[in-house]
Design a protein around this ligand. Structure first.
Ligand SMILES: [Zn+2]
Length: 366
């Protein structure tokens, strides 16, 4: 039996094995304080029944952990009866000699590449490179639609690299844009998607949230430290000049519990932007045809709970986009496992992305 994290998105510290009990925890790396991302592989455990004890705090979602038996392509939440506060049990099928477990359903460059294969010959979607990451990786920039159009739409995800469920929503958004019956987006907008803002963190399986000295979503400052943020700040002003600009940044909240079991938009301190967020939220409620519920009243107003602004001297993506001239700029939080008692998974998060795209269209074309 072999446990490792030596693959893209992998993250684990293996402590010990004692009979059928395995002890492990998340690898914090350069995170300030505590965070909860982990993902490991276990090989040659077919037929065994093991209990995985997580020795860090709060490492399981409201649905516990997810398992993949196909090299991390498809994931399922474990049955609830297998989950305890800080451990979970798994009976490996006889042939399950290569399994992965995580607190979510990891998504990295190879997933995007697979998703984009079906659009390889689609002239409406251009795969471009935003910049090189700090470690020399290509940071993807997808361009869809018409450069001579009225609207500019920016979709970003993984400012916090552990927040992988966001990417299934991004897939839904892209699919809905390209499949729109009236070709509304292709005629009226140019859309830029940066699916992995913290590209190295995604591939390396970092936490990303509260990365030292500050994380990617606090880096929208004149002396930005991350290549991706510098490149986004270089791109946006010229790209949106003279156009109506819509900025949407997708996140996942904390790992579990009340307040993290709803989809919501993070309220802006700017009153006008907040009013637009509410307007958009009402349109999204109507457009939402998927499984995951969204209620505009679940939006988190500025000043409430953790939403009290970035630390002095730092700036978030949504604040910077607003100052750059966005008609509306917002971040959305999509839970890892549960949204108002409905299961968040690869399919339902993607469905929600389609609803987001429909809402963007309905909001802009009025
Ligand atoms: Zn986040």
């Amino acid at each position: 039996m072999k446990i490792d994290s030596n693959f893209p998105t992998g993250n684990i510290i293996f402590e010990k094995i004692d009979g059928d009990d395995v002890y492990l925890r998340q690898d914090m790396r350069d995170t300030e304080g505590d965070w909860f991302y982990w993902c490991f592989r276990i090989r040659d455990a077919g037929g065994r029944k093991l209990r995985f004890n997580l020795t860090g705090k709060n490492l399981l979602t409201d649905l516990g952990a997810a398992v993949s038996l196909d090299d991390g392509w498809t994931w399922n939440w474990l049955p609830r009866e297998n989950i305890n506060d800080s451990s979970f049990e798994y009976k490996f099928p006889e042939t399950a000699n290569n399994a992965r477990f995580s607190m979510g359903m990891p998504y990295s460059e190879r997933n995007l590449r697979k998703f984009l294969e079906k659009y390889r010959n689609n002239p409406d979607l251009k795969k471009d490179v935003l910049c090189k990451s700090g470690k020399g990786r290509d940071v993807e920039k997808l361009i869809i639609g018409n450069p001579d159009s009225e609207f500019r739409i920016l979709i970003t995800a993984r400012h916090h690299c552990c927040e992988m469920m966001a990417n299934y929503a991004v897939e839904g958004i892209i699919e809905a844009i390209l499949n729109n019956e009236d070709n509304w987006f292709l005629k009226n907008a140019q859309v830029v998607v940066v699916p992995f803002v913290d590209k190295d963190g995604v591939e390396d399986g970092d936490q990303g949230k509260n990365r030292r000295p500050h994380d990617h979503n606090r880096d929208y400052i004149p002396d930005a430290v991350y290549n991706e943020i510098k490149a986004i700040m270089d791109l946006v002003p010229g790209w949106i000049k003279g156009r109506t600009f819509f900025a949407l940044d997708i996140h996942c909240p904390w790992i579990k519990n009340k307040g993290n079991d709803i989809i919501y938009s993070v309220g802006s301190s700017n009153e006008n932007n907040w009013n637009e967020q509410v307007k958009f939220g009402k349109i999204l409620m109507k457009a939402n045809k998927g499984t995951l519920p969204y209620f505009v009243d679940d939006n988190l107003p500025f000043g409430k709970d953790w939403n009290i602004g970035a630390m002095p001297g730092l700036k978030t993506s949504s604040s910077w986009m607003l100052e750059a001239g966005a008609k509306v700029s917002m971040s959305f939080e999509i839970p890892y496992s549960i949204a108002r008692e409905k299961e968040v998974n690869q399919e339902t998060a993607k469905e929600f992305g389609k609803s987001l795209a429909a809402a963007v269209m309905n909001y802009l074309r009025k």
